[in-house]
Design a binder for this molecule. Structure first.
Ligand code: ASP
Length: 326
């Protein structure tokens, strides 16, 4: 049995208001990835680690997701990207923080995982490491999209408004910008189980619109935004600070330890732990026994699943199915 699950970020308050004009493109991207990688995972051509890496790379290339090209802008109007990856067999992990030039941050994290030392690299040194290993380097203008510039402008206008509250001043998840700006979307992640019973998890992001320069969210923190051990692979999305303070991704594995606990219950418990810390978001997880959970406590979480030749995707409450038997 092979399983591949994806997320494209969580956010927003209140009931889901239906698809925006840009949502079909986001779902089509996930469907393409699942239709391509699912059968290759099932046939054994790909292991879990390579499947999650390829899936996240493809989402980093989709400008409507907040990772790679199309990442959100920090307070100084630059893009700083975070990514991490982990596999079950030996709990090897790799992570890059605040990189500015590498086209596929998750591939840089994958290289670190395979090198084995160090686990994490930061900023310019991490870009230099990626470049040295042959990874494509790009420019800030290429990474920035008009949508993200418009979101940054909206954040900046709110921020400078006389009488702005503390809440207004904070960095925001891109989904939380109202109206058409909701057409921004989030962080991306993937979890997989391969036919040899191995698991892997990967997460990549531009972070939060207007984040302070130097901020590090949960996405590159092993145990917070990403976790994988022999029992479960987990990728999180949401307000990163709360996911860091609760070691959310690792906590899913902790909650699973007692006999008889379902993956769904473990993830729900973790989201309930994150919430009082000011964190809203979602989790995707797959267990070694083939359980899958994709819960979120926000208005929406872009998500997709490939299992046994069938593909399902969802944004809000609705779930869409398509059979792919190739
Ligand atoms: N967790 C990410 C961060 O805090 C944001 C997101 O998931 O949308 O950087």
């Amino acid at each position: 049995m092979a399983i591949l699950a994806l997320h494209g970020g969580a956010g927003g308050d209140g009931p889901w208001r239906g698809m925006t004009a840009l949502d079909p493109q986001r779902l089509a991207c996930m469907e393409r990835i699942l239709a391509d990688l699912g059968p290759r995972l099932e046939s054994g051509e790909l292991d879990a680690l390579e499947a999650v890496t390829l899936a996240v790379e493809a989402m980093e290339d989709e400008p409507l997701y907040n990772a790679g090209r199309g990442s959100v802008l920090a307070e100084d109007q630059r893009i700083y990207m975070d990514a991490s990856i982990m596999r079950s067999s030996d709990q090897a992990a790799g992570s890059v923080v605040n990189i500015e030039a590498t086209r596929h941050p998750i591939r840089a994290a994958n290289l670190l995982l395979k090198d084995g030392w160090p686990v994490m690299m930061n900023a310019g040194a991490a870009d230099a490491y990626a470049k040295k290993h042959g990874l494509e380097q790009t420019t800030q203008p290429w990474l920035k999209t008009d949508l993200r510039l418009a979101q940054w402008k909206k954040w900046s206008d709110l921020n400078s408004r006389p009488g702005a509250t503390d809440e207004d001043d904070g960095a925001v998840l891109d989904h939380d910008l109202s109206g058409e700006e909701r057409e921004g979307m989030g962080t991306v992640g993937a979890v997989a189980l391969d036919i040899n019973g191995q698991l892997a998890a990967a997460t990549s992001t531009g972070g939060m619109t207007g984040k302070p320069v130097g901020r590090i969210g949960d996405t590159p923190i092993i145990g917070a935004g990403t976790w994988c051990d022999p029992t479960v692979a987990v990728s999180c999305t949401g307000v990163g600070e709360a996911f860091i303070r609760s070691c959310a991704a690792h906590e899913v594995a902790v909650q699973l330890r007692p006999e008889g606990v379902s993956l769904g219950d473990a993830c729900a418990h973790v989201l309930a732990m994150v919430e009082p810390l000011g964190g809203r978001g979602g989790i995707i997880a797959v267990s070694q026994s083939g359980e899958v959970a994709l819960p979120f406590q926000t208005m929406l979480m872009y998500r997709g699943l490939w299992r046994c030749g069938s593909i399902t995707t969802g944004i809000g409450d609705e779930v869409y199915s398509s059979e792919k038997d190739d």
